[in-house]
Ligand binder design. Structure first.
Ligand SMILES: [Zn+2]
Length: 716
């Protein structure tokens, strides 16, 4: 089946399944259509571009009946395949599975979108009820012995070698995914596995809803204008609007990363910085009804028990079976090889900041709530670079145009805004993607840029529909972010980091849009979790190319391109603060891996985090990027559990792949771009990722490129 989840984190733990879900079957109302009005969620996607999601007709009350009807339909399809009297073949088993579950995929996709983007109090009880039911449903399919016998027969058939490489890969993916999800377990273990998966689904939902409650319900209120000292005007305006929206007098700093990080960077008010910092890092950790620690203990215990059912020592071992890294040891080896250099750099960065604070006679010792603030001051002092000097050149709309231009150069895509497609929020825009040369339709790209309550924080890509040639489906993807909406008619100015994040998420979108495969299960971004961040991280590199900066980094008032002098400064400062960025990330990735390597001991998340960081020698001036009680990547689904290392793993490929461009003709070298599309972006999971990479690069990736990229010493 098609995975319907999103990057940065998987909202639904459907990734263990490999039954293909396509959007071809026209499913009508399962009850008698004459008596009840049709549930629009169950209808085939109609309209232009091969059908589009009916966002204008979604009612929350329709989710439960639609999901139930779609699951029932899916089970009927599965039973038909499993009980086919004809001997199992690739066509009647694997292809039939690829064509099953289309209705459920459609409904589930929209359900998932609501979970991540419109998670309201009305939606939450439906989600809490339906997620465990969905988990149980997918277990029923994986655990259908007659079905697995057929998959196994096709897998072991000598006829397999007569099929195309893609078909053989598909059979292998089915066989390993079903095995991984429990198809080979005995009846008692299967029953327990299904109980565990359903309990986990409920706990993931609870975790996520608690996190949203702390992000939406807690905020910093400022009533005295003097307390806004240091904040740029755009931040003040955003804070005033946030207060207005909540009917509060004064200014509000929301408890989300997009509000807190800039506040910590610019606020001159040290006590308020500390207050904001504490509020943010304590999400899910306040000992109140939204505290996540008890939920985490339960999740970890269930995951450990599940791994044991498979005869594996820990969840990390189970989870890594289907990745490029293959074993926890391989991930630890990479992370631990980078950690000392990152920490050493933090000590240097902190020393620079302390020296500056001392020079200013601030009379302080650098604490975590000072890091971003003094980091900015050091940036100014060392590189003469002021982020606020850069920001007027970074308009949200212009950066979007820049992404489109890069996609035109490297991927041969063109983007045209369309108005005939419904969205789930009036601020969303939709573009049709075409082949620049032939004009052929490629897919649709939705953009949902602004923050609102009920929307997960951060930025991500959602895949609404996968490309495939089996039934000629085209890609539909979205990019979602949490920018603070500006005043009407005024451009939204974003930071350098935000521009980079936009390119990152757009990289995921391009990965989906470039897909050129036959079978939906192997399509686009349905690749190993430690490979999926490679295309996205790679695209980040193009933000700083001179072509992008000259054409698109133009001043919002004068329209003049960013001065070369400023570009040079950005370039010179590009490795600045890599100690902080790498260490806060690695601390999270290492704690994730160690939590999932701890086996079936009962975990107290607070004590575990504290002890692990102490053992690692975590510098006291910073915290994990995602502390355990708010670590949505690993606790709101199984998606990135024992998998947060993936960003570093992928970045080894990223750094090395970008050097392929610089070694050739530069970032827009047509030949390298062609190879990139051919062996990386378009192949989905039709080939082993390590092999695909080798075909692109002509050799295996080299870790030294990562160290160079981050400005760390290369030791080997
Ligand atoms: Zn990503």
């Amino acid at each position: 089946m098609k995975k319907f989840y999103s990057y940065r984190f998987a909202a639904i733990a459907f990734m263990v399944l490999a039954t293909a879900i396509l959007m071809t079957t026209n499913y009508e109302n399962p009850t008698k259509a004459a008596e009840t009005p049709a549930n629009p969620l169950l209808s085939k996607w109609e309209g232009p571009y091969g059908g589009i999601p009916p966002f204008d007709r979604v009612k929350i009350a329709d989710f439960k009946p639609a999901l139930e009807a779609a699951m029932a339909e899916n089970l009927t399809e599965i039973n038909k395949i499993a009980n086919d009297p004809a001997p199992p073949t690739f066509e009647n088993t694997i292809v039939a599975l690829e064509r099953s579950g289309t209705t459920l995929s459609r409904v589930g996709t929209i359900f998932n979108i609501w979970s991540g983007n419109l998670n309201t109090s009305e939606f939450q009880p439906v989600e809490a009820e339906m997620q465990p039911k969905l988990a149980g449903h997918f277990d029923k399919i994986v655990q259908n012995s007659a079905l697995f016998k057929r998959i196994e027969a096709v897998y072991n058939s000598p006829d397999k070698t007569k099929l195309t490489p893609e078909q053989q890969r598909l059979i292998w993916v089915y066989y390993t995914n079903y095995s991984h999800a429990g198809a080979k377990l005995d009846a008692a273990k299967k029953a327990r596995l299904s109980e565990i998966n359903q309990q986990l689904a409920g706990l993931f939902t609870k975790f996520n809803q608690n996190l949203l409650a702390d992000e939406g319900g807690k905020y910093l209120t400022i009533t005295n204008e003097a307390d806004l000292a240091g904040l740029p005007q755009s931040l003040k305006d955003g804070a005033a609007d946030a207060a207005k929206a909540k009917n509060v007098t004064g200014w509000i700093i929301r408890n989300t990363r997009s509000s807190i990080d800039p506040f910590l960077t610019y606020s001159d008010h040290r006590e308020l910085r500390e207050k904001a910092w504490r509020m943010f890092i304590m999400r899910g950790d306040n000992g109140d009804e939204h505290d996540n620690k008890g939920t985490i203990t339960q999740i970890l215990a269930l995951r450990a028990e599940r791994a044991k059912l498979f005869g594996l020592p820990t969840h990390a071992h189970w989870s890594l079976q289907q990745t490029m890294a293959k074993t926890p040891e391989n991930t630890l080896k990479l992370m631990e090889s980078v950690w000392p250099a990152a920490v050493a750099r933090v000590h240097e960065e902190a020393a620079d900041m302390q020296a500056l604070a001392d020079k200013e006679k601030a009379g302080i010792k650098i604490e975590p709530w000072d890091y971003r603030y003094y980091m900015e001051k050091v940036r100014k002092a060392k590189y003469d670079l002021d982020q606020n000097e850069v920001k007027p050149y970074l308009q949200l709309e212009k950066i979007r145009e820049a992404m489109f231009w890069v996609a035109g150069e490297l991927f041969n895509f063109s983007f045209t805004k369309v108005d005939n497609v419904p969205t789930f929020n009036p601020d969303m825009v939709v573009y049709e993607v075409k082949n620049k040369q032939t004009g052929a339709h490629v897919g649709l790209w939705y953009f949902d840029p602004y923050a609102r309550d009920g929307k997960s924080s951060g930025a991500w890509m959602n895949q609404y529909r996968n490309q495939d040639r089996l039934d000629n489906e085209t890609t539909i993807v979205s990019n979602n972010a949490n920018f603070i909406k500006g005043k009407p008619g005024e451009p939204v100015l974003i930071s350098w980091d935000d521009a980079t994040t936009m390119f990152h998420e757009f990289g995921h979108a391009l990965h989906g849009l470039s897909s050129n495969v036959t079978y939906p299960t192997l399509s686009g971004t349905n690749v190993a979790t430690d490979y999926v961040e490679f295309p996205s991280q790679l695209l980040e590199h193009w933000v700083s190319t001179p072509e992008v900066l000259q054409k698109f980094a133009v001043h919002y008032q004068t329209g003049k391109p960013i001065p070369q002098e400023l570009v040079d400064k950005i370039k010179k400062a590009s490795k600045f603060n890599q100690g902080f960025a790498t260490t806060e990330y690695l601390a999270s990735a290492l704690v994730d891996m160690k939590l999932h390597l701890a086996g079936d001991q009962k975990i107290d998340p607070a004590a575990f985090e504290k002890d692990t960081l102490a053992q690692l020698g975590m510098p006291h001036e910073l915290v994990m990027r995602h502390r355990t009680p708010q670590f949505g990547h690993i606790f709101s689904s199984d998606g990135y559990a024992a998998g947060y290392y993936s960003y570093l793993w992928s970045d080894v490929l990223t750094a090395d792949a970008y050097e392929a461009f610089t070694e050739a003709g530069g970032p827009y070298d047509k030949k390298v771009a062609e190879r990139l599309v051919k062996y990386v972006f378009s192949v989905g999971n039709t080939i082993d990722p390590a092999e695909g990479y080798k075909k692109f690069r002509g050799r295996d990736p080299d870790t030294a490129a990562l160290m160079r990229k981050r400005g760390f010493p290369v030791t080997k």
